[in-house]
Design a protein around this ligand. Structure first.
Ligand code: NI
Length: 195
């Protein structure tokens, strides 16, 4: 009888895994502030000067679908970013863009851990719109995106999150053959819920 009680107790303990334990089929929705900080010296025009694309902060949303306890697919979306564009430090225009990014993620920790760091590799598609007349047009960009981040369980199903993406975004200026190398570091800080 004592043996049976021990077995029952052990099976109850095994069943009461933390609420956040990651499982295939889980959906994680996160929201937060996202800063897109382009690298410096985005385009050097001979005899004209250096073009700089400035940074911007917007609201971001990520949706992650866990295809396995340690493997997820993440989509990053955000409200449109608006970047000032400078030539030799003087503003010459601005542009808006959206950089949707889809990534495959790997979570190395045990699925039951409260602390869930992850790394990801994905594809970014950036399209520009509402460019000022001086810019006229920036071509769309496809590129790789490397990412890393961590979720930390703060209560049942609720988590705090920090995510970072390094995106390869190169956009052709006015069909001129000159690529504006934006290649930003993207940082999102926020929280989320697992369903
Ligand atoms: Ni690039």
């Amino acid at each position: 009888m004592k043996m049976l009680k021990t077995l029952v107790a052990a099976s109850i303990a095994a069943a009461s895994v933390p609420a956040l334990a990651y499982e295939a089929g889980d959906i994680i929705v996160k929201a937060g502030v996202v800063n897109v900080a382009p690298k410096s010296d985005n385009l050097k025009l001979d005899g004209v000067g250096t073009v700089e694309v400035k940074d911007d902060t917007q609201l971001g949303l990520t949706l992650t679908y866990m295809v396995a306890p340690q493997v997820g697919v993440e989509v990053l979306a955000a409200t449109p970013f608006k970047h000032d564009i400078e030539l030799e430090g003087d503003k010459i225009g601005d542009t808006q863009h959206l950089p949707p990014t889809v990534s495959a993620q790997y979570y190395p920790m045990s699925p039951a851990s409260k602390f869930q760091p992850y790394v990801g590799l994905g594809v970014n598609h950036t399209f520009f719109f509402d460019e000022s007349d001086s810019i006229n047009h920036l071509g769309k960009s496809w590129g790789l995106a490397f990412s890393a981040g961590m979720n930390y369980e703060i209560a049942d199903s609720f988590m705090a999150n920090v995510g970072i993406w390094k995106m390869d975004i190169d956009s052709e200026l006015d069909g001129s053959g000159n690529d504006v190398e934006i290649d930003p570091l993207v940082v999102m800080i926020g929280g989320g819920m697992k369903f």
